[in-house]
Design a protein around this ligand. Sequence first.
Ligand code: 5RP
Length: 234
Amino acid sequence: MDLKESLKQQAAYRAADYVESGMVLGLGTGSTTKFAIERIAKLFKSGRLKNIVGVPSSHQTEKLAHALGIPLTTLNDHPEIELTIDGADEVDSDLNLIKGGGGALLREKILAQASRRNIIIVDESKLSSQLGIQWALPVEVIPFARQTAENFLKFLGASVTLRSNVDASPFRTDQNNLILDADFGAIPDPQKLAFQLSGRAGIVEHGLFLGLASEVIVAGEDGIRLLKRNNPHE
Ligand code: 5RP
């Protein structure tokens, strides 16, 4: 395992320490969250965690968690989540995030908003002085609105790429929508941009997760840090 993978694993394993028996868990998506799901499954199998149930944020996560034996439920059956563990693509000093690198941003945001606590797990390369510097903003659009949404994002100042699969076919989300990766460069006012994107019909959701992270676990070469709203980037 290379260093980055090892850091992701360390952050994920630390997050798994926050899981308690009886919890309803939101299960994020991505390569970092995968380590957390594996760890939770191990703790469950060993009997150290009992009566947990998970709501997966994607088909990918559902498949993984099911294969590892984590009992699953739906958000409709358990609309209040105690703890969600998820990754992120970029984290600023206010613990605002860009998410959606794995294309699961819509369900991830629904879970985050339905969760009492959201623990975000990242390696230190995801920390950023300003959102947008490191990652284009994923924007989920319905296919009908693709071109007009692209024009709108360009009007707002982004250069836009339609996300595609390795075979060059358009990537489809779990809702069968498309993702436009909107590169704004540094985003000076994420709240304003979020408001503008949310007001546009055809845009289903965007990857700005503002004020949703309760804490961020950051694994770096010098160890693991827990960032809370009152000690950002320590
Ligand atoms: C998926 C996400 C992921 O959490 C994000 O892309 C981080 O992924 P990884 O842990 O693989 O770097 O938002 O939609």
